[in-house]
Design a protein around this ligand. Structure first.
Ligand SMILES: Nc1ncnc2c1ncn2[C@@H]1O[C@H](COP(=O)(O)OP(=O)(O)OP(=O)(O)O)[C@@H](O)[C@H]1O
Ligand SMILES: [Mg+2]
Length: 326
């Protein structure tokens, strides 16, 4: 079981899009996948067409010390499609930040829940979608995972998030002896803009070999799919977003876990990026952008996924043809 977190403190850089579409692409390859939505915003849950406010139990009930009659992740699973299950989230997960405060073993809550899951379920991959903040939730996710994907959209804000993240990863390695393998993933890349190319080169220079070869291009379909509650490939098989996440899944499957970290001097990279981005953040007129996703008004409780796929499959191809960007 490979446990992979999608994390970056920066909001809106593609963590959830990556978590959903990577999970889907891995499942299409026949890998058994569990996606854990570990963000109180519940965007991964919503993005798979589940309405968080209708859930009786969620990942909160697994993590909270209150237990709430839930004995583990197995009790909250929602099947999405073949080989793909979701452990959903809801807004109440925010309470965990307070509840775990000062509690012994607070950093191990998710780690222990996944260890327990391993005894009963044979997932090949567990993908964790992290919130855009550094707190107990993010720390738990990093503690629980073996690998972390750091989505970096084409902005220097993303690098600011990376600096904090790498500080925690370094801390985990030094203090807990937990060596998380981290790789940057370029998202929302638009090769037509010079700025995108500049940021891409900068990320490659900072991360060396620890950048995925796969680059996720800007693709409007990835936005539309979040609104429809589907992974991109089940919405439009010809979308470049689907092609990119298929390539990412292939790269991850082929990636030898051993040696992933070989050229990354984590501490130096962290300090270097931190210094550069803090300098940048002091420049006048810099504001943190806010995630654009809002929860739409109504969802069914259970995923009506297969029905939606059917409807979309029978939809006229013409409806897609007016858009230049496939
Ligand atoms: N490659 C892409 N091309 C175009 N739009 C994208 C792409 N990746 C993500 N998006 C869109 O950008 C927005 C932010 O993406 P996403 O929700 O995945 O980011 P996030 O890092 O999970 O955000 P948050 O920090 O709020 O959790 C969404 O509207 C999503 O549909
Ligand atoms: Mg998200």
């Amino acid at each position: 079981m490979r446990i992979i977190a999608s994390a970056n403190q920066k909001g809106g850089c593609g963590k959830t899009t990556t978590a959903i579409n990577l999970s889907s692409s891995l499942s299409i390859k026949g890998k058994r996948v569990l996606l854990i939505d570990f963000d109180p915003q519940a965007h991964a849950t919503i993005g798979l067409n589940i309405k968080p406010s209708d859930l009786e139990k969620s990942i909160y009930d697994v993590i909270t010390p209150k237990k709430n009659g839930v004995s583990g992740i197995g009790d909250i699973l929602i099947p999405i499609k073949d080989n793909f299950d979701l452990a959903p989230s809801s807004l109440i997960l925010t309470a965990v930040e307070q509840e775990l405060s000062g509690m012994e073993g607070r950093e191990n809550r998710l780690f222990e829940a996944i260890q327990q899951l391993k005894e009963e379920y044979d997932y090949d991959y567990v993908v964790i979608d992290c919130p855009p903040s550094i707190g107990h939730l993010c720390f738990n996710a990093l503690r629980a995972c073996d690998e972390v994907i750091i989505p970096i959209d084409m902005s220097l804000f993303s690098l600011r998030g990376v600096a904090k993240l790498i500080e925690i990863i370094t801390l985990l390695k030094d203090k807990v002896g937990h060596d998380v393998k981290s790789r940057a993933l370029i998202t929302m890349y638009d090769r037509r803009t010079r700025y995108s190319r500049v940021v891409l080169e900068k990320v490659k220079a900072e991360f060396g070999d620890n950048v995925f070869d796969t680059v996720i291009r800007y693709n409007i379909r990835l936005r539309e799919t979040a609104d429809c509650g589907l992974p991109v490939g089940d919405y439009d098989k010809n979308a470049i977003g689907h092609e990119d996440y298929e390539n990412l899944a292939e790269e991850i499957v082929n990636l030898e876990t051993v040696g992933m970290h070989q050229n990354l001097n984590t501490l130096n990279v962290a300090q270097d990026i931190l210094q550069k981005t803090e300098e940048y953040m002091k420049s006048p007129g810099i504001e943190q952008p806010i995630s654009e996703m809002e929860e739409p008004s109504s969802y069914p409780l259970q995923s009506n996924y297969s029905k939606m796929v059917e409807v979309i499959a029978t939809k006229s191809a013409d409806s897609f043809n007016n858009d230049e960007d496939n």
